[in-house]
Write a protein that binds this ligand. Structure first.
Ligand code: GRG
Length: 308
């Protein structure tokens, strides 16, 4: 039987057990995170940092970093410190995002938010502590990577976190609060920075650590840009369609806060179609890598099929 490219791709994906792959990778990441941050004096701050860092979550950013490093010829060992740093940065952004001065949320990852347990003062410091430690951890714990590549990764992480990344996206998001006329361009700016920037750094850092050629890094960057925006569109859809138990945080928050979202601009159906289109563009970027990219192909599909 002659198979089209699409059908062949589907068959390959079918043979790849994503659930097992994610479970194995999550377990490796959990163990590495656990080892990375022991509780020492002053215990209060380490406990607050660990409370959010070890609270679960999909560990998508570390898994993307490990998968990309392996795809481009590197190893899990050389990427694990960066993978952990990405999760530390992501976790600190969630702690700060949940603060009363920002989104003011009581629940995250199925647990009370950091400031609800430790108080606002300690939650701010726990976020700061995790952010600083992320960079220290990468610089000190990465083995088997040339200093030039490691320095590039440190710079990429800094860019993804700062005003050119998460912080810039969050500022525009805060500016748009309560506005009913937020344009699609502004919404894209917010999410390309708030959400996609760290996913991009997760993917490209893995490739840079393995010493991948620039063409491959650029191709993987385009993959990440596409999945990054799709991830946010699905996040907006789930805010409407999923329950608090599924999400582990307050559901329907965007509607209550009258926040501009992709469904508020396009409606649910069009939002789903746009996310699917971005995912198929992402997968097209992986075509030159062939079978080796099977994990990244499956992760792209997971982004639109996920329920939390
Ligand atoms: C980075 C210095 C610094 C400050 C933070 C608050 C802030 C600035 C930025 C907000 C960033 C933010 C919360 C973006 C939302 C990203 C997002 C879609 C989070 C949900 O990610 P999942 O679904 O969560 O991967 P889990 O819990 O599975 O890890």
């Amino acid at each position: 039987m002659v198979m089209t490219g699409d059908l062949r791709a589907t068959q390959r994906e079918f043979q790849f057990d994503l659930a097992t792959y994610l479970a194995e990778r999550q377990a490796q990441v959990e163990a590495a995170l656990d080892r990375s941050l022991p509780v020492i004096y002053p215990e209060k701050i380490y406990e607050a940092m660990r409370y959010s860092l070890m609270a679960g979550g999909k560990r998508l950013r570390p898994i993307l970093c490990l998968a990309t490093c392996e795809l481009t010829g590197g190893t899990v060992e050389m990427a694990m410190p960066t993978a952990c740093a990405l999760e530390m940065i992501h976790t600190m952004s969630l702690i700060h995002d949940d603060l009363p001065a920002m989104d003011n949320d009581d629940y995250r990852r199925g647990k009370l938010t950091n400031h609800k347990v430790f108080g606002e003062d300690v939650a701010i410091l726990a976020g700061d502590g995790l952010l600083a430690y992320a960079f220290e951890h990468v610089a000190i714990e990465t083995k088997g990577v040339a200093a030039e590549q490691l320095l590039k990764v440190v710079a990429m992480l800094g860019r993804a976190v700062g005003a050119a990344g998460l912080v810039g996206g969050q500022v525009v998001d805060l500016e748009c609060e309560g506005k009913s006329d937020v344009s699609l361009e502004t919404l894209n700016f917010i999410h390309n920075h708030k959400t996609a920037a760290l996913l991009e750094a997760s993917v490209t850092s893995g490739a840079v650590l393995s010493g991948a050629p620039d063409d491959d890094v650029q191709r993987l960057l385009r993959y990440a840009q596409n999945i990054g925006l799709a991830f946010q569109i699905v996040d907006d859809i789930l805010d409407i369609t999923a329950t608090q138990e599924e999400l582990g945080k307050t559901a329907g928050k965007d509607l209550t806060a009258q926040k501009a979202t992709y469904p508020s601009i396009w409606g649910l159906e069009e939002s789903r179609q746009q996310a699917d289109k971005l995912i198929s563009n992402a997968k097209l970027e992986l075509a030159p890598f062939g079978e080796k990219a099977i994990a990244l192909v499956a992760i792209a599909d997971f982004i639109t099929s996920r329920t939390h």
